[in-house]
Design a protein around this ligand. Sequence first.
Ligand code: ZN
Length: 91
Amino acid sequence: MNNNSRANENGMSENGPEDCMKLLSKVLDNEANDDLKDQFLEHIKICMPCYQRYHLDMAIKQLLKTKCGNKKAPADLIQSIRTQTSPPPAQ
Ligand SMILES: [Zn+2]
């Protein structure tokens, strides 16, 4: 039994989960520049939570666009869709 459980060294060591989420929300809010977006798109190739969250949010935005036209969707509607479609975060 000599398994080393510290296998997550993909060169992203300075980016903790919190940085992930910050980056993710910037991209989703269109606050990220192209550089940051590229960085993020690279990142989601190796980060499953970000990947899922990103695609989930994109799907939601797409859905809301279709449903609500150009009107801004209320935040609690988005929140309720999110809670319905995403599994509880693994702590
Ligand atoms: Zn991530």
